[in-house]
Design a protein around this ligand. Structure first.
Ligand code: ADP
Ligand code: MG
Length: 305
């Protein structure tokens, strides 16, 4: 197969691992910086160009599109889709999962467990917003934050009010959320491929820190998850339409709740914590999808006789 990996940096662990495994399995791989791709979107035979070269047709594309380049990145991915290239994750699913409000609304509609959450842009009645999500302590998040930055724990109602006022004063969208104290500063990353959780790790925040992000000094370890956690993670990925997803759960006393569904989950933490070859599982998933696609198109052709 010819496989394109959309990644801005070929040196990243996840990119390197995918290249290594795909090549070992006999595939031809190109790593493409999505911002360097350009295209004629009105052409009858869509193509993608790169540094003066027409890239030709790929069998599959693995999008690893950073949050900051979602808009252009998903447009490039769409062009590959128009050329009949199989996307490991589809562009619409990536856009959907990058919008936190939309994601939570979709997950909630499917009855998937979520922390009680409120959204606000410019509420006139902050105490009522706080009351709506069950009062302090609560977690206030910037909608656009990543790696734990912009996630604040407000222990009292007064603190919550000032933090909300401060965020709204700088005109950012926020999310106000029930604090899942019983999670004990830990969350669970479930790595989903297709309809399976292929690996799971627990991330524990450092002493005195409620945020478990590895970037904030958290540590990862192997964990056994419950059947309910497993099915929650798989349903969350499916709701987003993602074949590959990192679903972050908290263990709350009202069952597993989904915090985030990540469409480009990193491999380093999870492969190190679990010792599993998740890069290979992704390549094998692509191989299987393409085999099935080929078989079903052969059956269709034969059927037409
Ligand atoms: P980011 O996108 O920046 O990683 P998250 O929403 O994942 O933001 O929050 C960062 C971390 O903070 C989580 O991994 C979790 O450990 C902790 N956390 C977030 N929300 C809650 C919550 N409602 N209750 C308890 N802990 C939380
Ligand atoms: Mg997170």
């Amino acid at each position: 197969m010819r496989i394109a990996i959309l990644s801005r940096n070929p040196k990243l662990y996840s990119t390197r691992r995918l290249v290594e495994v795909a090549e070992a399995r006999g595939h031809e791989v190109r790593v493409l910086d999505v911002l360097r791709c350009y295209m004629n979107i009105t052409s009858h035979s869509p193509s993608v160009h790169y540094r003066g070269e027409n890239l030709g047709k790929f069998d599959a594309v693995i999008p690893r599109i950073g949050a900051s380049v979602t808009f252009y990145g998903t447009a490039v991915l769409r062009q590959f889709e128009m050329m009949g290239t199989f996307p490991l994750n589809e562009s619409v699913a990536i856009s959907r999962s990058r919008d936190k409000l939309r994601s939570m609304q979709l997950l909630s509609r499917k009855g998937i467990g979520l922390p009680v959450t409120g959204f606000a842009h410019k509420p006139d009645d902050i105490p009522d917003l706080i009351k709506m999500v069950g009062g302090a302590p609560l977690v206030i998040k910037l909608l656009e934050g990543t790696q734990g930055i912009g996630v604040v724990l407000a222990e009292t109602e007064k603190a919550a009010e000032s933090v909300i006022e401060a965020f709204l004063g700088v005109k950012v969208n926020i999310l106000v959320q029930e604090y899942i104290k019983e999670a004990g500063g830990a969350d669970i990353r479930c790595f989903v491929i297709g309809d399976k959780v292929v690996a799971a790790m627990k991330r524990q925040g450092k002493e005195g820190e409620f945020r478990s992000n590895l970037h904030r000094g958290g540590t990862a370890s192997l964990i056994r998850i419950t059947p309910e956690e497993r099915s929650t993670a798989v349903r969350a990925a499916k709701t987003m339409g993602l074949n590959v997803a990192g679903v972050d759960l908290l263990r709350s006393n009202h069952g597993p709740v989904v915090m985030e569904v990540n469409s480009s989950p990193g491999l380093e933490g999870i492969e190190t914590a679990t010792g599993k070859d998740i890069a290979e599982m992704q390549i094998m998933f692509i191989e299987k999808q393409l085999r099935e696609k080929k078989q079903s198109s052969m059956t269709r052709t034969r059927g037409r006789g």
